[in-house]
Design a protein around this ligand. Structure first.
Ligand code: LLP
Length: 424
């Protein structure tokens, strides 16, 4: 469920018409609903509680939506943060996420990032390889600390979804095999700078079927049991993120209650574990839209009808990068038979096409449209390609809204660069 509904013939976010935001802030612009963010977090938390998994940390995957105001909304609801860089740690801390709820994941953490994380006191570092174990041990030891670490396991499960976002197969770069995890965990227990506290996995994103998750979690349970049988202490099990969001062209993702019940079933009888989750998309995707204005309707005499928007692939990369589908809704739908449009941005590459032959209500130049389900990996992946200004972000709460990332000026953009000293 989300809080973007038609009200009085036009699309609103909670109690604010999207047209009012477009007028005041300009387009393109991302708009987020506080109520949807909090609702998705609460639904997951309540589902875990109802399944008996009270002792769970829900660490929002910051990469999905790193806006500090979005993070603060979730932090106030009780969320932690799953981070993959020093920048994300800094964002989570700035948003008020306590370090004790921050989990540091990622395949190639640098020495500087590890130092920063340990000094900030993050709850756990998820290790992806043996060299990383050695590096964290060395850095922590030099700082006189003992880092709580989890070993990220690659359970070798096919999660489905787009190949660019599938992470759990043996051929992917993430984590170590189950057998290797056992060896590393035992090694880590003998190192002075680390304390192995658990194991972690994350098999992919936009997963719409519980079966691959269940298969992976079953392997993780068996691993915990084997480690414990060797006399090693395992206190935490991080089950990653990956639950899909409804994009309207894919199978409906499982309900959080079914997800939680499956986990409770797989983990039955396994005591003394704190669970951690790293959801990104399921919390943020439906909490945001990208609002754009129609620049031109360009109908070619030989047939195709292009809807040229003022938003482009630099503002929303997912269609160009993953062939992703986003529902497109007119902000003030006009009456009339649907028309097939190719919806495109102004950038000079064919990839700057959001969709082809999409049936939409009739649209005219100047009309506003909203790309739905754009709150995750939308603004997060935006850029200034073609020297287009970075897209602004707005947060709505009830009848109020605030610009939480302003559109920079052209002077701001140019001020970041300078001529080399030998250039006049
Ligand atoms: N944990 C780890 C270690 C991850 O790598 C990811 C996502 C997550 C959690 C959160 O996954 P989620 O719950 O959001 O599925 N840019 C792509 C998605 C990339 C996901 C990368 N990792 C997209 O736009 O579809």
């Amino acid at each position: 469920m989300n809080h973007f509904e038609l009200s009085g013939g036009e699309l609103a976010c909670e109690d604010v018409p999207l047209s009012a935001i477009a007028e005041a802030v300009g387009t393109p612009v991302y708009v987020y609903s506080s109520a949807t963010l909090v609702r998705h977090f609460t639904v997951l938390r309540d589902a875990l509680m109802a399944a008996g998994l009270q002792d769970s940390l829900i660490a929002f995957a910051v990469k999905a939506n790193p806006n500090v105001a979005v993070l603060r909304t979730l932090a106030e609801a009780g969320a932690g943060a799953d981070v993959v860089s020093e920048g994300e740690i800094r964002r989570a801390l700035a948003a008020g996420v306590p370090a004790s709820r921050i989990v540091f994941s990622g395949v190639g953490k640098t020495r500087g990032e590890i130092e920063f994380a340990l000094t900030a006191g993050v709850a756990e570092i998820n290790l992806e390889s043996e060299p990383e174990l050695r590096l964290v041990n060395e850095v922590a030891h030099a700082l006189g600390k003992r880092a709580a670490v989890a070993i990220r396991v690659n359970p070798d499960v096919e999660a489905g979804g787009h190949a660019k976002i599938s992470t759990g197969k043996a051929e992917n770069k993430f984590g170590v095999s189950l057998a290797e995890a056992e060896r590393l965990y035992a090694n880590a227990a003998n190192l002075p700078g680390v304390r192995p506290v658990g194991v972690a996995c994350h098999i992919g994103s936009q997963i719409t079927d519980l079966a691959p998750l269940e298969a992976a979690f079953g392997k993780m349970r068996a691993l915990v049991e084997r480690l414990r049988a060797e006399g090693l202490s395992v206190e935490r099990l991080d089950l990653g993120g990956g639950l899909g969001a409804p994009y309207f062209n894919t199978p409906t993702p499982p309900e959080p209650s079914a997800y939680a019940a499956m986990i409770a079933r797989v983990m039955t009888g396994l005591g003394g574990l704190q669970f951690a989750f790293e959801p990104g998309r399921m919390i943020a995707a439906n909490a945001g839209v990208l609002v754009a204005r129609v620049q031109h309707v360009h109908a070619r005499p030989e047939g195709r009808r292009f809807l040229v928007l003022d938003a482009a692939m630099n503002d929303l990369l997912r269609p160009a990068m993953y062939d992703a589908y986003h529902d497109i809704r007119p902000v003030k739908p006009r009456a009339g038979e649907p028309i097939a449009y190719d919806v495109v941005g102004p950038i000079c590459e064919t990839g700057d096409t959001f969709t082809r032959d999409r049936l939409l209500p009739p649209l005219q130049a100047g009309d506003l449209v909203a790309f739905m389900t754009a709150g995750a990996y939308g603004a997060a992946m935006s850029s200034e390609y073609n020297s287009r200004l970075l897209v602004p972000e707005v947060l709505v709460k009830g009848g109020r809204y605030a610009v939480v990332r302003p559109r920079p000026s052209y002077d701001d953009m140019l001020a970041r660069e300078q001529a080399a000293p030998w250039q006049a």
